[in-house]
Design a protein around this ligand. Structure first.
Ligand code: ATP
Length: 435
């Protein structure tokens, strides 16, 4: 259930307060566009990644995994087009020196920061972070932190196909960090300088690319809904022809309705044979494949699905965030799907005297692989609010009656309704929620 009450400020504050996300190097004043994930955030991130991996590898067509390097030499980024073309237009205010992405502001108007209207010319700013390999500072030692994970997949295409029993059509999927020196990182996790991507490149025969493009769009939409995103807040938007990269045969963005507008969550593209052809040309290595049926070589087409882990993380928070009134008190609640919630359940002894018995239940659930928290400090009301705020779907309270009747009180996060259930039914109850 989406709620219009969610704002970026509220989400950012909640993330800090509950240990989802911290500004990186906060004690030194913070590093702009860079974040650290706390204990709850790390669980949520891993859940997202595991769900994506499970989705990607659940279809009849083979999808293999890769874990490529972050550093790449100039030759790779020259071939991919990033060295020459991966830039944003930049403009500075001549008075206060504040820097903007030129397409983010109206240059006919005054500087939003100082109110003057004196701009530099627009320059192109390459978004790649450059570094140097080894001690020699000459041109050959220049390397770049990857601005996307996909290139490792293309340059290893022949390695993968020749070392695995795999036939076209098949995909290669990868999760990993990417780095972009964004001119103005903003909207918290939406536009970061260090972020994580989940990308899958699907290789197929040219005449099947249109079909697989449509197939993957449907699969990816279903994936987002399986994480519990509100269907009305998710849409697909085909790129207009003037938005399309010159080589792309088609591109669709999966968009989410953020408080700051409909924005891209994932890009799905039919990239034709652009990437493999480019790397063939620049490396001099033939990346074509031989088709036994026609006895001819061809360069496969590629359908790409590319989504940011952090952007999806932020999306899930916006979608789950709600405020309502319970017993005359406003509460904040994250209505995560139980599959996504960092903790699926919390065990709460009503009194310290009951801790030992309650912790037996906790240990058993934990050993069974359930994400469960043991919460024994503060009043029960306070503990419920805490669990609501981190999105725990159910709390089980162990009270003095539990000792007599072998039952606990199960309290539902969304309805706040309570019911007594037998202790030996807790595990099944929690597993049912996860379905
Ligand atoms: P934008 O137009 O927003 O800059 P893009 O079209 O350049 O994005 P892609 O290169 O298609 O983005 O990247 C694929 C996905 O990676 C995006 O859909 C997004 O989820 C994620 N992503 C890209 N840049 C960032 C960033 N700076 N911070 C967080 N996630 C990002």
């Amino acid at each position: 259930m989406s709620s219009s009450v969610a704002t970026l400020d509220k989400i950012t504050a909640l993330c800090k307060r509950r240990g989802f996300v911290y500004q990186s190097a906060e004690i030194y004043g913070g590093l702009n566009g860079v974040y650290d994930f706390g204990p709850l955030g790390t669980i949520l991130k891993n859940t997202i990644k595991n769900a994506w991996l499970a989705h990607m590898t659940s279809f009849a067509e083979e999808v293999l995994l890769l874990d490529g390097s972050i550093l790449g030499g100039s030759d790779v980024w020259k071939a991919s087009g990033h060295l020459d073309g991966f830039s944003d237009p930049m403009v500075d205010c001549l008075v206060c020196k504040k820097r903007y992405r030129a397409d983010d502001i109206d240059l006919e108007k005054n500087c939003p920061h100082c109110g003057n209207k004196q701009w530099t010319d627009i320059r192109q700013f390459n978004l790649m972070f450059q570094t140097q390999l080894g001690a020699m500072a000459d041109g050959s030692s220049i390397a770049y932190l990857r601005p996307e994970t996909a290139q490792a997949i293309f340059i290893n295409f022949k390695n993968v196909i020749s070392t695995n029993r795999v036939k076209i059509p098949f995909g290669i999927a990868q999760i990993g960090k990417a780095f972009r020196n964004e001119i103005t990182p903003k909207q918290f996790l939406f536009r970061m300088r260090e972020f994580e991507q989940m990308e899958m490149e699907f290789f197929c025969k040219p005449d099947e690319a249109d079909k697989f493009f449509e197939v993957w769009i449907e699969r990816r939409k279903a994936f987002f809904l399986s994480l519990g995103l509100t269907p009305e807040n998710v849409r697909t938007r085909p790129h207009a022809s003037d938005e399309l990269a010159h080589y792309a045969k088609g591109c669709v963005d999966v968009e989410y309705n953020f408080p700051f507008g409909w924005k891209e969550l994932e890009g799905i593209a039919n990239r034709a044979d652009f990437d493999l052809t480019q790397h063939s040309k620049h490396s001099g290595k033939d990346l074509a494949v031989f088709d036994e049926a026609t006895k001819a070589s061809y360069t496969p087409y590629v359908v790409e699905c590319s989504v940011g882990v952090d952007r999806l993380f932020l999306t899930l928070l916006f979608d789950a965030y709600a405020e309502d009134v319970v017993e005359g008190e406003t509460r904040t609640v994250l209505r995560f799907h139980p599959r996504v919630a960092p903790y699926t359940a919390a065990i709460m002894p009503l009194s310290n005297k009951l801790s030992d018995q309650a912790s037996e239940i906790y240990k058993k659930l934990k050993a069974a692989g359930i994400r469960v928290q043991f919460d024994e400090s503060g009043s029960i009301g306070k503990r419920y609010r805490r669990q609501d705020e981190i999105g725990t779907p159910v709390c089980f309270t162990f009270d003095f009656e539990s000792v007599e009747d072998g039952k606990v009180t199960a309290r539902n996060r969304d309805t706040t309704k309570q019911e007594r259930i037998a202790i030996d039914q807790i595990e099944g109850y929690v597993r049912d929620l996860m379905r």
